[in-house]
Design a protein around this ligand. Sequence first.
Ligand code: NAD
Ligand code: WQD
Length: 343
Amino acid sequence: MDVLVTGGLGYIGSHTVVALAEAGYSPIIVDNLCNSQAWIHARLEQLAGQAIPFYRVDCTDRLALAQVFEQHPNVQAVVHFAALKAVGESTRHPLEYYQNNLGSLLAVLQAMQQQHVGILVFSSSATVYGEPEKLPVTETTPLQAPTSPYGATKAMAERIIADAVQANPQLRAMALRYFNPVGAHPSARIGELPQGTPNNLVPYMTQATRGVVPDLKIFGHDYATPDGTPLRDYFHVVDLACAHVLAIDYLAKAREGLPLQFVNVGAGTPVSVLQVVETFRQATGQPLPYRFAPRRAGDVEAIWCDATLAKNLLGWQPEYTLADALLHAWKWEQTLGEQEIPA
Ligand code: NAD
Ligand code: WQD
């Protein structure tokens, strides 16, 4: 089955393209390279062992997107990763986030409708839950008002998709709500490529270990958690990639069931920042110095998921441990320092 992957050269998209190929699907990548590098494409073809069409197209460009669909009339499913995802940046440039994230989703849905493509897997986020009162989070946990324009684009996107499936009986969708995907492909051939100083914890840790950025600052250790640092649900990006393959398997087979399913994807285990640091030190043998700093605005104290639905509906559960993910992240980071990366 041909599967169109928007944002397919990005962090999660690239790992999903490899997982799709390994599962026998034929991925086709659309990416405008606003937050990725073209040389990742060749790496994906090497890892997949097959040619993978790539179109440098902005998903908000309806005409260009329609042309891609027309060149691949056998596309039966879309995985839509393409979006801007930096929470802080979204508060500084809200209109760019609404334009890009909602404009690309609308264009993708319209192209799917025109080409009669009936399966959509969408990248949603735990951010739609805000700061939940009750933990762990299940798919019936009430959503909270978004605390950033980025989070608002995810909540609005879920509503847009709900209305689209309501109006189009041929369309079936699954919104995967990711918690904290981390790590890199075990081959160290692909991984996270933050542009500029990383906002996220793990790429900051690996860059600090490589000496690219100053020592790790832990944002706050006066939270009401066992060691005072916030709790999150970290899990391997390759496990997340596999969840997308299982989601397509499910949507391709399911004839009954809800036309739109929301599914949490995470390890289901709360881990603190200090525990991530300790796990990283043990997994890599690297010292990773850190110091405590004030809390970061917008951070929630604790959030992790109950991933029972992913297990029961998709047969998904994480195969890798956090230590695996952190070691793979470090192996990938080391390659970024060793050679001139091809442009
Ligand atoms: P990423 O930035 O690495 O990948 C996104 C890709 O989409 C990039 O390659 C970028 O160039 C591309 N892109 C962005 N706008 C585009 C457009 N208009 N047209 C074509 N390509 C476009 O991000 P990621 O971490 O891989 O995230 C992928 C998706 O998962 C995003 O929708 C993000 O919001 C969501 N998500 C990520 C996380 C996380 O922790 N990384 C957590 C929850 C949800
Ligand atoms: C994790 C923990 C920080 C960096 C974000 C987005 C979310 C989603 C995933 C897109 C927090 C602490 C971090 C550092 C630190 N992205 N930290 N020092 O904030 O859980 O989620 O990425 O959908 O929308 O909000 O992930 O990796 O930024 O932070 O102490 O230098 O690490 O305070 O407790 P977060 P994160």
